[in-house]
Structures are given as structure tokens and as C-alpha cells.
Write a protein that binds this ligand. Structure first.
Ligand code: C5P
Length: 218
């Protein structure tokens, strides 16, 4: 056994800008879990595709993902709208998803020993990456709220973009993510739905903490 405490795996799926990342981070800190924002791995490859459009192929992507460290995913430029759009295009390809799949599974099931488990958020985490997760959540919010949150976030990062453009992009990405053939975004039956539209960050955290604590205390 790696730890006296139970090793827990938390899986979260959500459409773009629903607040999943903020919640996942606070839950990960509280329960000492490795946190992986899996969208950033797709964004990382998308960034390389934008930088090297001619060189980018499966082999090139494989080399990049093999060298990828979690700290590389903290770069602010990965949050740009352009990279988000490209990420949702490459995420439709099975070959790309297979590469990112391995990276995610390794971290979900074998995080560094200092952690008591893992928490991943994305689009296909609850049924594809960690189907046996101890806790599964589907986090959402209405489209305008999501666009407002993303608009504020990008503005804070000094990325110039209008609210209308952010809204348009989120609608486009939602359409791609929900309707793609491979690993589409969906709420599984065994995931708990959390709508963050009218909830503060603290309220979301407490709601999820209550659910986790209740099950852990059995
Ligand atoms: O979560 P984020 O908005 O950063 O994700 C960027 C894009 O990466 C998404 O729009 C989606 O197309 C893709 N993605 C995915 N599967 C995941 C995480 C993200 O297809 N697990």
C-alpha cells in the first residue's frame, strides 16, 4: 500500500469554462491529489502545431508528448483562444487522442508517491481515462456565464478579445466536443451533476467536498 490513507481518483468532465479547473484544483489541494488539466495536454500539442504547421505529424506529436512534464502545462500562452480552437480540432483525431490517453492514464493511476491520489478534468475522463474513478462529476454552467468567465480570464491575462468572440468560440468548441465520434463530451449516468452558474467558487468546493467526505467516511 502506498499510503495509509485510501488512494482516491477523482474524474471530472465539463464543457469549456464551466469552472471545472478551479474546482479540481481546490479539491486536489485539499485531498493532496495530483491535478491534471487534460485540456492543457491537447492545447500543448495544438501550440506545437501552430508553431510548426509543416513539421507537425504524428511522430512529431509523439516526441513532444513523450517529453511533456506537468510544469510545461502551466504556461499562460496555452490559454489563448487560438490554441483552444486548434486543440478542439486535433482532439477529434484518434491517433492524437491515443497519445494523450497514455500520458493521462499514467498520471491518474501512478502519480508521484507524495500524492494521495489523482484528480483529472477534461471531456472523456469519467468513462474513458478513469472509468473506475472513486468520484465522478459533470460540471457545467450556462453558456453566457461560461463565456463571461473566460472573457474575464483572458482579459486578466492581457489577451485582447471581445466578449462576442469568446462566446462564439465556446459555442463552436461545445459543438465539436459534444458531437465528435471519438470520445465525445457527455455526462455518464454515474457522474454527479454540478451546475456552477449561480455558485461561488467556495460553494462549489464545499458541495463537492461534502460528497467526497461522506463516501470516504463509510
Ligand atoms: O479544457 P480545455 O478547454 O482547455 O480543452 C481544450 C480542448 O481540448 C477542448 O475543447 C477539447 O476539444 C479538447 N479536450 C478533449 N479531451 C479532454 C480535454 C480536452 O478533447 N479530456
Amino acid at each position: 500500500m502506498r499510503n495509509k490513507k485510501k488512494f482516491i481518483k477523482v474524474a471530472i468532465d465539463s464543457p469549456a469554462a464551466a469552472g471545472a479547473g478551479t474546482i479540481a484544483l481546490s479539491i486536489s489541494k485539499h485531498y493532496n491529489l495530483l491535478y491534471l488539466d487534460t485540456g492543457k495536454a491537447y492545447r500543448f500539442l495544438a501550440m506545437h502545431k501552430i508553431k510548426n504547421p509543416k513539421k507537425f505529424n504524428l511522430n512529431f506529436a509523439k516526441k513532444k508528448i513523450n517529453k511533456l512534464k506537468i510544469k510545461d502545462l502551466n504556461k499562460k500562452n496555452l490559454l489563448s483562444n487560438k490554441i483552444g480552437i486548434e486543440a478542439s480540432i486535433i482532439a477529434k483525431k484518434k491517433s492524437i487522442r491515443d497519445l494523450v490517453h497514455k500520458f493521462q492514464v499514467k498520471l491518474a493511476y501512478s502519480p508521484p508517491k507524495k500524492y494521495s491520489g489523482s484528480c483529472l478534468d477534461g471531456r472523456d475522463i469519467t468513462y474513458n481515462i478513469i472509468p473506475d474513478a472513486d468520484f465522478k462529476f459533470f460540471i457545467t454552467a450556462n453558456i453566457k456565464t461560461r463565456a463571461q468567465r473566460r472573457y474575464k480570464e483572458l482579459n486578466k491575462l492581457k489577451m485582447k478579445i471581445s466578449f462576442e468572440e469568446v462566446l462564439k468560440t465556446i459555442k463552436l468548441r461545445d459543438k465539436r466536443d459534444y458531437s465528435r465520434k471519438i470520445a465525445p463530451l457527455k455526462k455518464t449516468k454515474d457522474s454527479i451533476l454540478i451546475n456552477t452558474t449561480n455558485l461561488t467558487k467556495r460553494a462549489c468546493f464545499l458541495k463537492i467536498k461534502k460528497i467526497i467526505d461522506k463516501k470516504l467516511s463509510y
